[in-house]
Design a protein around this ligand. Structure first.
Ligand SMILES: Nc1ncnc2c1ncn2[C@@H]1O[C@H](COP(=O)(O)OP(=O)(O)OP(=O)(O)O)[C@@H](O)[C@H]1O
Ligand SMILES: [Mg+2]
Length: 358
């Protein structure tokens, strides 16, 4: 089932995302079955495969698992803290396309579902429970815009007029009455903390951490350079966290890469696929093409699968992938990695074969 058009800037959209059932997997057919389908049935099957591919459940990579553990530490430590103590803050800072938003949202999804399951959909005072608030930043966000976005998330009637402070006071009322416990602020790199406006925002975040009963999770890249930690109090309170690309310099890293490819190939619904199609036969090739960046790799795999479905190959090979173009950054680094891997100086394959995981 596809998500509707609600966006994550509103609580209803966030709930739709967090509570959506897993996208059903299309049936695994044989090549003969696929080729024997009538046009209409084939169209339906292929549309299903396309939407399934766009809604793949995130793969629990080792990097993602470690990050979620760290987030849970900060979050759980704040849950039973007295109200007058400032709650924890964490910042996930990593290059674009490494899965920050994906991991942040899946953590937020878990918080939403866990707290509703444990405490009910309504608070004891009879208000709807909204464990998570999510705000996305834009280049020109000021304190008032940010506070407005908090109210927008709650679709609060009082968002039409007021001062920055009155917006914040209303947002605080919402967060308290809806028992919100996590504020996710994505794309924080858009903010220029080293400007008058940025200092105001930094101060506003401190106020929120002091007054609101929730953990703030910042997500962005280059946050240190952008000045997020310039303020001594923020520097002390924010736990900096990262998300690394896959690396193949060590055996452990190569094992992680292989495990990831094994999980990924199990998710693919292609009639002609075989065990090891990605993990054995394309390991080096895929690494060179994405240089360990999950975002580029997922893009490549999605495009490759759609092409394999369209042209009837029903499997992924180097020849098919050769025609799939990718983002500029990945294309730039590709030649260097291809040379290294071809020369035998590097390999992406572990010496010991990892077991297939389910
Ligand atoms: N664990 C995962 N499993 C499967 N796909 C993933 C995973 N992590 C990320 N992806 C895919 O990689 C792409 C980039 O991820 P995401 O948008 O989360 O990155 P980001 O670090 O937030 O990037 P940006 O800095 O550009 O916002 C997405 O298409 C996402 O579906
Ligand atoms: Mg992102």
């Amino acid at each position: 089932m596809a998500l509707d058009d609600l966006t994550l800037t509103r609580k209803e959209g966030f709930a739709a995302f967090a509570e959506a059932p897993e996208h059903p997997r299309p049936p695994d057919l044989t090549i003969t079955e696929v080729k024997g389908m009538k046009d209409e049935a084939a169209d339906k099957h292929n549309r299903w495969r396309r939407s399934y591919l766009s809604n793949l459940r995130p793969i629990r990579t080792d990097q993602a698992k470690a990050l979620v553990e760290d987030l849970a530490d900060v979050f759980e430590a704040g849950l039973d803290q007295p109200n007058w103590e400032a709650k924890g803050m964490a910042a996930v800072d990593a290059f674009p396309g490494l899965g920050k938003t994906t991991v942040g949202l899946s953590f937020a999804k878990k918080v939403h579902n866990d707290l509703i399951r444990e405490n009910g959909r309504f608070t004891t005072a009879g208000q709807e429970r909204w464990p998570v608030i999510r705000v996305g930043m834009r280049g020109d966000t000021r304190v008032k815009d940010f506070n407005w976005a908090l109210l927008e998330f709650f679709a609060h009637a009082g968002q039409r007029s007021g001062t920055a402070n009155s917006f914040l006071a209303r947002a605080l009322d919402c967060a308290i009455s809806c028992e919100s416990r996590l504020l996710l602020v994505d794309d924080v790199h858009f903010l220029k903390f080293r400007s008058a406006r940025g200092t105001e925002l930094a101060n506003e975040f401190k106020t929120i951490a002091n007054e609101f009963p929730l953990m703030i999770l910042f997500i962005g890249y280059d946050l240190e350079k952008k000045g997020l930690y310039d303020d001594p109090q923020l520097g002390r309170r924010i736990t900096p966290l990262g998300l690394a690309p896959f690396t193949i310099d060590h055996e452990a890293g190569r094992m992680q890469w292989r495990n990831f490819l094994l999980s990924l190939e199990q998710r693919l619904v292609l009639a002609g696929k075989w065990e090891g199609m990605l993990a054995d036969d394309l390991s080096d090739y895929l690494y060179a093409r994405c240089t360990g960046h999950i975002g580029s790799l997922m893009q490549l795999i999605r495009r490759g699968c759609l092409r394999a479905i369209r042209n009837g190959d029903e499997c992924i090979t180097e020849a098919l992938m050769a025609d799939v173009t990718l983002d500029r950054e990945a294309a730039e680094q590709r030649a260097q990695w291809e040379a290294l891997l071809a020369s035998g100086k590097k390999t992406s394959k572990p010496r010991r074969r990892a077991r297939r995981e389910t």
